[in-house]
Design a protein around this ligand. Structure first.
Ligand SMILES: [Fe+2]
Ligand SMILES: [Fe+2]
Length: 147
């Protein structure tokens, strides 16, 4: 088993948890639910890390990517101000992740900082946070423009 598969296997209880599966109930972009979006970001983050030989901490990268949008609500909901969502959901996702999965500070940093530059003061300041921030933009664009 290579390092990536070991990391995925080690954290499988999180991917398979009822709380994480709740993300399947919410649409992220087009016909892509939040759960699938998060896994797309895991996949692209791992590719970027490999391609640029960044040698990121794989647990931090995979968990940060998987939980970056673990906010658990429908952001298209009329009651929910869409503009506000962009600013508030990283903190909500980090709080949920801490509550359900007891994540460490490094993973929290990845989640909190993934919406930069929208959240202007939350600059990604670790390798893993930079990778997930970029991977999220790539995946979101691909999901929005896919038919
Ligand atoms: Fe997000
Ligand atoms: Fe995202």
């Amino acid at each position: 088993m290579n390092d990536i598969n070991k990391t995925l296997y080690k954290n499988r209880h999180i991917f398979k948890s009822e709380q994480a599966k709740k993300m399947k109930e919410f649409v992220q972009h087009n016909n892509v639910n939040t759960y699938r979006h998060c896994f797309n970001v895991v996949r692209v983050s791992l590719k970027i890390n490999e391609f640029l030989k960044l040698n990121s901490n794989l647990d931090t990268l995979v968990l940060g990517a998987f939980l970056h949008d673990f906010y658990l609500y429908d952001w298209h909901d009329k009651d929910m101000c869409k503009k506000l969502h962009g600013f508030v959901h990283p903190k909500i996702a980090a709080d949920n992740s801490e509550k359900f999965f007891n994540i460490n500070e490094d993973v929290k940093t990845v989640i909190i900082r993934h919406m930069w530059p929208l959240t202007i003061t939350k600059i990604p300041n670790t390798k893993e946070a930079i990778v997930v921030c970029i991977a999220d933009k790539i995946c979101s664009l691909m999901e929005v423009f896919s038919v």
